[in-house]
Design a protein around this ligand. Structure first.
Ligand code: ATP
Length: 355
Protein backbone atom coordinates (compact mmCIF):
# COMPACT_ATOMS: atom_id res chain seq x y z
CA UNK A 1 0.00 0.00 0.00
CA UNK A 2 1.07 3.55 -0.54
CA UNK A 3 0.18 7.20 -0.31
CA UNK A 4 0.07 9.36 -3.43
CA UNK A 5 1.74 12.76 -3.85
CA UNK A 6 0.79 15.01 -6.74
CA UNK A 7 2.94 18.12 -7.00
CA UNK A 8 2.28 21.15 -9.23
CA UNK A 9 0.46 19.06 -11.81
CA UNK A 10 -0.24 20.82 -15.10
CA UNK A 11 -1.80 19.25 -18.17
CA UNK A 12 -2.22 20.88 -21.55
CA UNK A 13 -3.68 18.69 -24.30
CA UNK A 14 -2.19 18.85 -27.80
CA UNK A 15 -5.15 20.98 -29.00
CA UNK A 16 -4.17 23.65 -26.45
CA UNK A 17 -6.86 22.89 -23.84
CA UNK A 18 -5.47 23.33 -20.33
CA UNK A 19 -7.35 20.65 -18.36
CA UNK A 20 -5.27 20.95 -15.18
CA UNK A 21 -3.84 24.34 -14.30
CA UNK A 22 -2.13 23.57 -10.99
CA UNK A 23 -2.98 20.69 -8.67
CA UNK A 24 -1.20 19.65 -5.45
CA UNK A 25 -2.55 16.62 -3.58
CA UNK A 26 -1.12 14.72 -0.66
CA UNK A 27 -3.12 11.52 -0.27
CA UNK A 28 -2.43 9.42 2.79
CA UNK A 29 -1.64 5.73 2.84
CA UNK A 30 -4.96 3.96 3.35
CA UNK A 31 -7.02 7.08 2.73
CA UNK A 32 -10.27 7.19 0.76
CA UNK A 33 -9.75 10.47 -1.04
CA UNK A 34 -12.47 11.98 -3.24
CA UNK A 35 -11.96 14.45 -6.07
CA UNK A 36 -15.18 16.40 -6.57
CA UNK A 37 -16.06 19.11 -9.05
CA UNK A 38 -18.27 20.10 -11.96
CA UNK A 39 -17.93 18.64 -15.42
CA UNK A 40 -14.68 19.71 -17.11
CA UNK A 41 -12.83 20.80 -13.94
CA UNK A 42 -9.98 18.36 -14.57
CA UNK A 43 -10.81 15.45 -12.24
CA UNK A 44 -10.51 12.71 -14.82
CA UNK A 45 -7.34 14.16 -16.32
CA UNK A 46 -5.73 14.27 -12.86
CA UNK A 47 -6.77 10.69 -12.15
CA UNK A 48 -5.55 9.48 -15.55
CA UNK A 49 -2.22 11.19 -14.94
CA UNK A 50 -1.90 9.31 -11.61
CA UNK A 51 -2.74 6.09 -13.46
CA UNK A 52 -0.20 6.84 -16.17
CA UNK A 53 -2.84 6.88 -18.91
CA UNK A 54 -2.14 10.55 -19.59
CA UNK A 55 1.25 12.21 -19.48
CA UNK A 56 1.29 15.49 -17.55
CA UNK A 57 2.88 18.56 -19.13
CA UNK A 58 4.56 19.52 -15.84
CA UNK A 59 4.61 18.31 -12.27
CA UNK A 60 5.49 15.18 -10.34
CA UNK A 61 3.54 12.13 -9.25
CA UNK A 62 4.78 9.82 -6.50
CA UNK A 63 3.16 6.56 -5.46
CA UNK A 64 4.69 5.46 -2.19
CA UNK A 65 8.35 6.39 -2.43
CA UNK A 66 8.47 5.99 -6.20
CA UNK A 67 8.51 8.88 -8.63
CA UNK A 68 6.29 7.41 -11.35
CA UNK A 69 6.42 10.19 -13.97
CA UNK A 70 8.16 7.92 -16.46
CA UNK A 71 6.56 4.60 -15.52
CA UNK A 72 3.92 3.04 -17.80
CA UNK A 73 0.54 2.23 -16.18
CA UNK A 74 1.32 -1.47 -15.75
CA UNK A 75 4.37 -0.69 -13.62
CA UNK A 76 2.59 1.71 -11.27
CA UNK A 77 0.91 -1.10 -9.35
CA UNK A 78 -2.53 0.51 -9.21
CA UNK A 79 -5.97 -0.62 -10.39
CA UNK A 80 -8.45 1.65 -12.11
CA UNK A 81 -12.24 1.20 -12.23
CA UNK A 82 -14.24 3.23 -14.75
CA UNK A 83 -17.90 4.10 -15.11
CA UNK A 84 -18.10 1.59 -17.94
CA UNK A 85 -17.47 -1.89 -16.72
CA UNK A 86 -15.06 -3.06 -19.42
CA UNK A 87 -15.63 -6.75 -18.73
CA UNK A 88 -14.76 -9.37 -21.33
CA UNK A 89 -18.19 -10.38 -22.69
CA UNK A 90 -17.14 -13.86 -23.85
CA UNK A 91 -15.65 -14.87 -20.49
CA UNK A 92 -17.48 -16.13 -17.42
CA UNK A 93 -17.21 -14.01 -14.28
CA UNK A 94 -14.63 -16.42 -12.84
CA UNK A 95 -12.42 -16.02 -15.90
CA UNK A 96 -12.93 -12.28 -16.04
CA UNK A 97 -11.46 -12.16 -12.54
CA UNK A 98 -8.65 -14.58 -13.29
CA UNK A 99 -7.64 -12.92 -16.56
CA UNK A 100 -5.34 -10.18 -15.19
CA UNK A 101 -3.62 -12.69 -12.91
CA UNK A 102 -3.07 -15.25 -15.66
CA UNK A 103 -1.71 -12.44 -17.81
CA UNK A 104 0.83 -11.76 -15.06
CA UNK A 105 1.80 -15.43 -15.10
CA UNK A 106 0.70 -16.15 -11.53
CA UNK A 107 0.66 -19.90 -10.69
CA UNK A 108 -2.76 -21.58 -10.84
CA UNK A 109 -3.34 -22.22 -7.11
CA UNK A 110 -2.62 -18.58 -6.34
CA UNK A 111 -4.95 -17.41 -9.10
CA UNK A 112 -7.71 -19.55 -7.60
CA UNK A 113 -7.03 -18.27 -4.09
CA UNK A 114 -7.13 -14.61 -5.10
CA UNK A 115 -10.21 -15.04 -7.30
CA UNK A 116 -12.05 -16.79 -4.45
CA UNK A 117 -11.04 -14.03 -2.03
CA UNK A 118 -12.29 -11.27 -4.36
CA UNK A 119 -15.49 -13.21 -5.01
CA UNK A 120 -16.06 -13.47 -1.29
CA UNK A 121 -15.40 -9.77 -0.68
CA UNK A 122 -17.78 -8.72 -3.47
CA UNK A 123 -20.26 -11.55 -2.76
CA UNK A 124 -20.11 -12.93 -6.29
CA UNK A 125 -20.44 -16.62 -5.34
CA UNK A 126 -23.65 -17.44 -7.23
CA UNK A 127 -22.57 -15.43 -10.28
CA UNK A 128 -19.18 -16.97 -10.97
CA UNK A 129 -20.24 -19.12 -13.91
CA UNK A 130 -22.33 -16.48 -15.70
CA UNK A 131 -21.25 -14.30 -18.57
CA UNK A 132 -21.49 -10.48 -18.20
CA UNK A 133 -24.51 -10.21 -20.54
CA UNK A 134 -26.52 -12.20 -17.98
CA UNK A 135 -25.70 -9.83 -15.11
CA UNK A 136 -27.49 -6.66 -14.00
CA UNK A 137 -25.63 -3.35 -14.13
CA UNK A 138 -24.94 -3.48 -10.41
CA UNK A 139 -23.65 -7.04 -10.62
CA UNK A 140 -21.40 -6.11 -13.54
CA UNK A 141 -19.98 -3.26 -11.53
CA UNK A 142 -19.31 -5.58 -8.60
CA UNK A 143 -17.42 -7.87 -10.96
CA UNK A 144 -15.43 -4.88 -12.25
CA UNK A 145 -14.52 -3.99 -8.67
CA UNK A 146 -13.60 -7.58 -7.89
CA UNK A 147 -11.37 -7.63 -10.92
CA UNK A 148 -9.56 -4.56 -9.60
CA UNK A 149 -9.22 -6.29 -6.21
CA UNK A 150 -7.62 -9.53 -7.39
CA UNK A 151 -4.43 -7.75 -8.32
CA UNK A 152 -3.98 -6.46 -4.78
CA UNK A 153 -2.73 -3.14 -6.05
CA UNK A 154 -1.09 -0.46 -3.94
CA UNK A 155 -3.96 1.91 -4.74
CA UNK A 156 -7.38 1.97 -6.40
CA UNK A 157 -8.37 4.75 -8.77
CA UNK A 158 -12.10 5.07 -9.43
CA UNK A 159 -13.60 7.30 -12.10
CA UNK A 160 -17.33 7.77 -11.46
CA UNK A 161 -17.77 4.01 -11.15
CA UNK A 162 -21.43 4.24 -10.13
CA UNK A 163 -22.73 6.71 -12.71
CA UNK A 164 -24.62 4.12 -14.73
CA UNK A 165 -26.48 2.62 -11.80
CA UNK A 166 -29.93 3.60 -10.56
CA UNK A 167 -30.25 5.60 -7.35
CA UNK A 168 -30.92 2.68 -5.00
CA UNK A 169 -28.08 0.57 -6.36
CA UNK A 170 -25.73 3.52 -6.21
CA UNK A 171 -26.44 3.92 -2.53
CA UNK A 172 -25.86 0.20 -1.93
CA UNK A 173 -22.63 0.17 -3.93
CA UNK A 174 -21.42 3.26 -2.13
CA UNK A 175 -21.77 1.47 1.18
CA UNK A 176 -20.08 -1.57 -0.31
CA UNK A 177 -17.10 0.40 -1.63
CA UNK A 178 -16.65 2.24 1.63
CA UNK A 179 -16.80 -1.01 3.61
CA UNK A 180 -14.40 -2.72 1.22
CA UNK A 181 -11.90 0.10 1.36
CA UNK A 182 -12.06 0.05 5.16
CA UNK A 183 -11.54 -3.69 5.27
CA UNK A 184 -8.61 -3.73 2.85
CA UNK A 185 -7.12 -0.42 3.97
CA UNK A 186 -5.95 0.26 0.43
CA UNK A 187 -5.49 3.87 -0.66
CA UNK A 188 -8.35 4.91 -2.95
CA UNK A 189 -8.80 7.97 -5.13
CA UNK A 190 -12.41 8.36 -6.16
CA UNK A 191 -13.62 10.86 -8.76
CA UNK A 192 -17.20 12.08 -8.81
CA UNK A 193 -19.28 15.14 -9.65
CA UNK A 194 -21.90 14.00 -7.15
CA UNK A 195 -21.51 15.77 -3.82
CA UNK A 196 -23.69 13.31 -1.93
CA UNK A 197 -21.38 10.53 -3.06
CA UNK A 198 -18.33 12.60 -2.11
CA UNK A 199 -19.68 13.47 1.33
CA UNK A 200 -20.74 9.94 2.18
CA UNK A 201 -17.57 8.23 0.91
CA UNK A 202 -14.59 10.46 1.45
CA UNK A 203 -12.26 10.62 4.41
CA UNK A 204 -11.25 13.86 2.73
CA UNK A 205 -12.56 15.68 -0.33
CA UNK A 206 -10.71 17.89 -2.81
CA UNK A 207 -13.02 20.33 -4.58
CA UNK A 208 -11.69 21.18 -8.03
CA UNK A 209 -12.66 24.10 -10.23
CA UNK A 210 -11.15 25.04 -13.58
CA UNK A 211 -8.10 22.85 -13.14
CA UNK A 212 -7.31 24.07 -9.62
CA UNK A 213 -7.97 22.83 -6.10
CA UNK A 214 -10.39 25.17 -4.32
CA UNK A 215 -10.43 23.29 -1.01
CA UNK A 216 -9.27 20.08 0.63
CA UNK A 217 -10.94 18.96 3.83
CA UNK A 218 -13.04 16.38 5.62
CA UNK A 219 -16.71 16.27 4.58
CA UNK A 220 -17.63 18.24 7.72
CA UNK A 221 -14.97 20.90 7.15
CA UNK A 222 -16.04 21.35 3.57
CA UNK A 223 -19.69 21.55 4.60
CA UNK A 224 -19.25 23.89 7.55
CA UNK A 225 -16.58 26.19 6.17
CA UNK A 226 -16.49 26.22 2.36
CA UNK A 227 -13.22 27.92 1.44
CA UNK A 228 -14.62 30.04 -1.40
CA UNK A 229 -17.88 31.24 -2.88
CA UNK A 230 -17.48 28.53 -5.52
CA UNK A 231 -17.38 25.81 -2.83
CA UNK A 232 -20.23 27.47 -0.95
CA UNK A 233 -22.41 27.34 -4.03
CA UNK A 234 -21.34 23.79 -4.93
CA UNK A 235 -21.77 21.91 -1.62
CA UNK A 236 -25.16 21.26 -0.07
CA UNK A 237 -28.57 20.64 -1.54
CA UNK A 238 -29.86 23.28 -1.62
CA UNK A 239 -26.54 25.08 -1.15
CA UNK A 240 -25.77 27.90 1.28
CA UNK A 241 -27.77 31.10 0.98
CA UNK A 242 -25.42 33.93 0.08
CA UNK A 243 -26.60 37.09 1.80
CA UNK A 244 -24.89 40.49 1.50
CA UNK A 245 -24.09 41.76 5.00
CA UNK A 246 -22.76 44.79 6.83
CA UNK A 247 -21.12 44.95 10.22
CA UNK A 248 -23.17 47.16 12.56
CA UNK A 249 -23.04 47.44 16.38
CA UNK A 250 -21.03 44.25 16.64
CA UNK A 251 -23.64 42.31 14.69
CA UNK A 252 -23.85 41.14 11.10
CA UNK A 253 -26.81 42.74 9.45
CA UNK A 254 -28.17 41.16 6.28
CA UNK A 255 -30.29 42.90 3.71
CA UNK A 256 -33.80 43.48 5.02
CA UNK A 257 -32.42 43.70 8.57
CA UNK A 258 -31.75 39.96 9.01
CA UNK A 259 -29.64 39.62 12.15
CA UNK A 260 -26.72 37.14 12.06
CA UNK A 261 -24.15 36.20 14.69
CA UNK A 262 -20.76 37.46 13.49
CA UNK A 263 -17.78 35.09 13.50
CA UNK A 264 -14.64 36.43 15.20
CA UNK A 265 -11.99 38.25 13.18
CA UNK A 266 -14.19 39.97 10.63
CA UNK A 267 -12.19 42.27 8.33
CA UNK A 268 -13.21 45.93 8.07
CA UNK A 269 -13.90 48.04 4.99
CA UNK A 270 -14.72 45.18 2.67
CA UNK A 271 -17.88 44.13 0.93
CA UNK A 272 -18.97 40.92 2.63
CA UNK A 273 -21.32 38.06 1.89
CA UNK A 274 -22.49 35.61 4.55
CA UNK A 275 -23.02 31.98 3.63
CA UNK A 276 -25.92 30.63 5.67
CA UNK A 277 -27.03 26.99 5.45
CA UNK A 278 -30.80 26.47 4.91
CA UNK A 279 -30.94 24.62 8.24
CA UNK A 280 -29.44 27.63 10.07
CA UNK A 281 -32.51 29.71 9.21
CA UNK A 282 -36.07 29.44 10.40
CA UNK A 283 -39.45 30.42 9.04
CA UNK A 284 -41.60 31.77 11.90
CA UNK A 285 -45.00 33.29 12.48
CA UNK A 286 -44.98 36.95 11.40
CA UNK A 287 -43.59 39.28 14.05
CA UNK A 288 -41.74 36.58 16.02
CA UNK A 289 -38.81 37.76 18.10
CA UNK A 290 -35.66 38.67 16.06
CA UNK A 291 -37.47 37.83 12.80
CA UNK A 292 -37.73 40.04 9.74
CA UNK A 293 -40.94 40.18 7.69
CA UNK A 294 -40.92 37.75 4.78
CA UNK A 295 -43.26 35.99 2.41
CA UNK A 296 -43.38 32.34 1.33
CA UNK A 297 -42.64 32.12 -2.39
CA UNK A 298 -42.74 28.35 -2.64
CA UNK A 299 -42.61 25.23 -0.48
CA UNK A 300 -40.96 22.05 -1.68
CA UNK A 301 -42.01 19.05 0.39
CA UNK A 302 -39.49 16.24 0.41
CA UNK A 303 -41.32 13.99 2.87
CA UNK A 304 -38.87 14.21 5.74
CA UNK A 305 -38.40 17.96 5.39
CA UNK A 306 -39.77 21.03 3.65
CA UNK A 307 -37.61 23.54 1.81
CA UNK A 308 -39.28 26.95 2.02
CA UNK A 309 -38.30 29.57 -0.51
CA UNK A 310 -38.93 32.93 1.13
CA UNK A 311 -38.44 36.53 0.11
CA UNK A 312 -37.75 39.16 2.74
CA UNK A 313 -38.58 42.57 1.36
CA UNK A 314 -37.61 42.01 -2.27
CA UNK A 315 -34.09 40.89 -1.28
CA UNK A 316 -34.17 37.76 -3.37
CA UNK A 317 -34.95 34.16 -2.56
CA UNK A 318 -33.66 32.53 0.60
CA UNK A 319 -34.00 28.79 1.16
CA UNK A 320 -34.90 27.45 4.57
CA UNK A 321 -34.95 23.82 5.68
CA UNK A 322 -37.80 23.03 8.08
CA UNK A 323 -39.21 19.86 9.62
CA UNK A 324 -42.34 18.59 7.86
CA UNK A 325 -44.44 19.30 10.93
CA UNK A 326 -44.19 23.08 10.38
CA UNK A 327 -46.52 24.22 7.61
CA UNK A 328 -46.93 27.62 5.99
CA UNK A 329 -49.00 28.33 2.89
CA UNK A 330 -47.54 29.73 -0.29
CA UNK A 331 -47.75 33.53 -0.32
CA UNK A 332 -48.33 33.61 3.45
CA UNK A 333 -46.72 36.45 5.41
CA UNK A 334 -44.14 34.94 7.75
CA UNK A 335 -41.01 35.84 9.69
CA UNK A 336 -37.45 34.82 8.82
CA UNK A 337 -34.69 34.50 11.38
CA UNK A 338 -31.26 33.03 11.92
CA UNK A 339 -31.64 30.07 14.21
CA UNK A 340 -28.13 29.14 15.13
CA UNK A 341 -24.41 28.98 14.58
CA UNK A 342 -22.16 31.53 12.95
CA UNK A 343 -22.19 31.96 9.19
CA UNK A 344 -19.14 31.63 6.96
CA UNK A 345 -18.23 35.10 5.67
CA UNK A 346 -16.72 35.82 2.25
CA UNK A 347 -15.08 38.82 0.62
CA UNK A 348 -17.22 39.71 -2.39
CA UNK A 349 -14.18 40.76 -4.41
CA UNK A 350 -11.74 37.92 -3.73
CA UNK A 351 -14.58 35.36 -3.31
CA UNK A 352 -12.59 33.79 -0.47
CA UNK A 353 -13.58 32.87 3.07
CA UNK A 354 -12.45 35.64 5.43
CA UNK A 355 -14.06 34.64 8.73
P1 ATP B 1 -16.26 15.18 -16.37
O1 ATP B 1 -16.87 15.14 -15.00
O2 ATP B 1 -17.18 15.77 -17.38
O3 ATP B 1 -15.63 13.90 -16.79
P2 ATP B 1 -13.67 16.21 -15.58
O4 ATP B 1 -13.67 17.12 -14.43
O5 ATP B 1 -13.28 14.81 -15.36
O6 ATP B 1 -15.08 16.28 -16.30
P3 ATP B 1 -11.64 16.28 -17.62
O7 ATP B 1 -12.22 15.11 -18.35
O8 ATP B 1 -10.38 16.09 -16.89
O9 ATP B 1 -12.71 16.90 -16.64
O10 ATP B 1 -11.47 17.46 -18.67
C1 ATP B 1 -10.95 18.72 -18.34
C2 ATP B 1 -10.92 19.60 -19.57
O11 ATP B 1 -10.01 19.04 -20.53
C3 ATP B 1 -12.25 19.74 -20.27
O12 ATP B 1 -12.34 21.04 -20.76
C4 ATP B 1 -12.15 18.74 -21.40
O13 ATP B 1 -12.94 19.16 -22.49
C5 ATP B 1 -10.69 18.79 -21.75
N1 ATP B 1 -10.18 17.52 -22.30
C6 ATP B 1 -10.29 16.28 -21.76
N2 ATP B 1 -9.68 15.36 -22.53
C7 ATP B 1 -9.17 16.03 -23.60
C8 ATP B 1 -8.40 15.65 -24.77
N3 ATP B 1 -8.03 14.38 -24.95
N4 ATP B 1 -8.05 16.64 -25.63
C9 ATP B 1 -8.41 17.92 -25.41
N5 ATP B 1 -9.11 18.35 -24.34
C10 ATP B 1 -9.49 17.43 -23.44
Amino acid sequence: MAGIEVTALHKRYPDGTVAVEHVDLSIGDGELFVMLGPSGCGKTTTLRAIAGLERQTRGDIRIGDTLVNDLPPAERDIAMVFQFYALYPHLKVRDNLAFPLRAEGLPKPQVRERVDEAARLMRLGPLMDRRPSRLSGGEQQRVALARALVRRPRAFLMDEPLTNLDAELRADMRTEIKHLQGELGTTMVYVTHDQVEAMSLGHRIAILNKGRVEQIGTPLEVYDRPASLFCAAFIGSPPMNLIEVEVADGRLRGQGGLDLTPPPGLPRDRRLVAGVRPEALEVTEPGAERSVPARVVAAEGLGDEIIYVVDHGGQGDVRVRMPPTVRFDADAPVGLRHSGGTPAVYDVNTEELVA
